[in-house]
Design a protein around this ligand. Structure first.
Ligand SMILES: Cc1cc2nc3c(=O)[nH]c(=O)nc-3n(C[C@H](O)[C@H](O)[C@H](O)COP(=O)(O)O)c2cc1C
Length: 186
């Protein structure tokens, strides 16, 4: 099985989750690509497409929220590490370029700890966009949580690895697992 993980990450948390999902997908062949390098990637040979990004203002990032994240990281008082791939387009723009997908797919996000009604969640929109582009969405959109220090909550990396393994198992030939629209958190 060939899996492609396309992710957006400003501060590294979503990248860490994407990498953990990739480890969980092994021994499948896994390729990780940040969204700002994903334009033109050939999806025709991909069996499973996993797409994730940070939750910004209750949903997928926009150019203005990404600029806000960059501005926050370059203030003199900052303690935030800005990813090398932070500049450029995000998940929203990349998803808008897709159509005619013929693969299985799943969506995830990172977001702050707390009730989803207060935080919002990008993964549900990502999942809807994957469905609209023709993908066979095989898992509920899933959030991985960060704390107030903008670091992954303990246990989330392990949960991401397990989620990747679950995706690999669901991608094996056999019964389908219909998308329910639910959001799964810890
Ligand atoms: C501009 C901006 C807006 C954000 N808005 C939300 C939000 O509405 N809900 C939430 O749960 N987290 C929000 N966050 C927090 C991020 O979702 C969280 O820190 C995420 O893990 C960052 O992922 P990254 O490290 O891969 O960039 C926001 C962060 C930024 C920079």
């Amino acid at each position: 099985m060939r899996a492609l993980i396309v992710y957006e990450s400003m501060y590294g948390n979503t990248r860490l989750v994407a990498e953990a999902i990739g480890r969980g997908l092994a021994p499948a062949e896994v390729i990780l690509v940040p969204t700002n390098q994903a334009a033109g990637v050939d999806l025709s040979q991909v069996d499973l497409l996993v797409v994730g990004g940070p939750t910004h203002v209750h949903g997928m990032s926009r150019p203005s929220t990404r600029q806000g994240a960059i501005d926050a990281a370059i203030t003199p008082q900052h303690t935030l590490h800005l990813e090398a791939d932070a500049a450029g387009s995000g998940v929203r723009e990349w998803l808008a370029s897709l159509n005619g997908l013929a693969c299985r797919a799943a969506a995830f996000d990172t977001r702050q700890e707390g009730p989803i009604l207060l935080t919002g969640h990008a993964a549900k929109s990502i999942s809807k966009n994957l469905l609209a582009a023709g993908a066979d969405v095989i898992a509920d959109a899933t959030s991985f949580l960060v704390n107030k220090s903008i670091a992954l909550v303990p246990g989330e990396v392990r949960r991401a690895e397990a989620w990747g393994t679950m995706l690999r198992e669901r991608s094996a030939p056999g019964p389908q697992h219909p998308f329910t629209g639910a959001i799964t958190t810890a």
